[in-house]
Ligand binder design. Structure first.
Ligand code: UD1
Ligand code: UDP
Length: 372
């Protein structure tokens, strides 16, 4: 260790707003905020941590969404939680010290999010958290830890749904930091609705007319080989009824391969899809089986039945206002069968409040007012 740790402010000189992104869902959430700030002539830059690095997990999103090429890619890559978070912090500290941001904007709940918030807070750089206040109340999820810590460190908490406001209040976050702004992931969805062509995708990938789309990557579902094997068995049972199309997240690839998931003739395993192709796949599906956070929200707006293979969700509005229902491995087949026969639970008829395509604009307004 050569440097003495300080938590002194970086100084009055600053280079505007720095967006920190690193993993697949971050890119989808950042796109409308970057775009809205660009429209206001804000001085901004994008730091990619490199948490996700495969073309299909990263670069394809920049191409699909018209995001500017990151000003820097820290190339941090994969590792255990401690190793990855530490590497993220070291890279970001150097970057912020050189770049001197006036504000750091972080997205969602991944390790890049919490690392950036920690580093910025210790350099006395204000932090804005997009998608603040979501809680699963399940501390076995690494994301829940990341959410709580990030929100405590944030000067601005941008909430996507009303219950987040109560969660933040209960944790002592002052109300003047909290703004209900809507959902930037839904901004991206609505802005690209004309580009999700399910028929073209079906033809290009030679997919059947009727299928269930699946995507799974939570540690609780894919890290333990026995659990992955059980889920592969359940997906085979579904495939006995209807084709299953699954773009496979790299985290679960080896476990699902070992479990023989692709051995069923009606299970179609794909590489991870780019954003436009993936949402087209979802849009054209009879139902989705997932553990993704973002997909619960996207299906809510697309009206596609969503079966979430988790014991809880930090996104309950997708159940009350959307098409989402929580399922276990044991009731998955029965629930899919019901959904395929048109039996879906009652729900509120309207989209969650402010999921209207303008969250990025609201965030940009608050960010520019705040930094004046
Ligand atoms: C991360 C987030 C999770 C988010 C998910 C979105 C954390 C703690 N988890 O999970 O909240 O839902 O991203 O997809 O931040 N890998 C590749 N290529 C890549 C990236 C990853 O092969 O481009 C493989 C590596 O083997 C790596 C593993 O995937 O070890 C997991 O990657 P990591 O970023 O640590 O976590 P995710 O499971 O992707
Ligand atoms: N997504 C994608 N390709 C895929 C799977 C997901 O483009 O093969 C998109 C999805 O539409 C959503 C985002 O990635 O916009 C969600 O990312 P992910 O499920 O990896 O993370 P989570 O939302 O669970 O944190």
């Amino acid at each position: 260790m050569t440097d003495v740790a300080t938590s002194a402010p970086l100084g009055s000189q600053d280079t505007g707003i720095v967006h920190v992104v690193g993993a697949r869902p971050n890119f989808v959430k950042a796109a409308p905020v970057v775009s809205a700030l660009r429209g206001r002539g804000a001085h901004q830059s994008v730091v990619h941590t490199g948490q996700h690095y495969d073309d299909r997990m990263s670069a394809v999103f920049f191409r699909d969404l018209g995001l500017p090429t990151p000003d820097v890619d820290l190339g941090v890559g994969s590792g255990s939680h401690a190793a990855q978070t530490a590497a993220l912090m070291v890279g970001l500290e150097k970057e912020f010290t050189e770049r001197r941001p006036g504000m750091v904007v972080v997205y969602g709940d991944v390790n890049s999010t919490v690392a950036a918030a920690l580093v910025a807070a210790k350099l006395c750089v204000p932090v804005a958290h997009v998608e603040a206040g979501l809680r699963s109340f399940d501390n076995t999820m690494p994301e829940e830890v990341n959410r709580r810590v990030t929100d405590q460190l944030s000067d601005l908490c941008f909430a996507t749904s009303p219950e987040a406001i109560g969660h933040l209040a209960a944790e002592g976050v002052p109300t003047d930091r909290v703004h209900l702004v809507g959902n930037p992931m839904i901004d991206t969805l609505l802005a690209n609705l004309d580009r999700f062509d399910a028929d073209a995708l079906r033809t290009r990938l030679d997919l059947p007319e009727r299928y269930v789309a699946a995507t799974l990557h939570r540690p609780a579902n894919v890290d333990d080989p026995d659990t992955a094997a059980l889920l592969a068995k359940r997906l085979h049972e579904i495939a006995d009824q209807v084709d299953v199309v699954m773009p496979v997240h790299p985290r679960g690839k080896a476990a699902f391969e070992r479990a023989g998931l692709g051995d069923h003739p009606r299970v179609h395993l794909l590489e991870p899809l780019g954003y436009l192709d993936f949402v087209a796949l979802v849009r054209g599906s009879a139902a989705v089986v997932t553990d993704s956070g973002g997909v619960q929200e996207e299906t809510t707006i697309l009206g596609v039945p969503c079966l979430t293979l988790r014991p809880n969700t930090e996104r309950p509005v997708t159940i009350t206002h959307g098409t989402n229902q929580l399922v276990t491995e044991a009731d998955l087949l029965q629930t899919v069968t019901k959904v395929l026969h048109g039996q879906t639970p009652e729900r509120v008829g309207s989209a969650p409040p402010l999921w209207d395509g303008h969250a990025g604009e609201r965030i940009a307004t608050i960010l520019t007012q705040w930094s004046r």
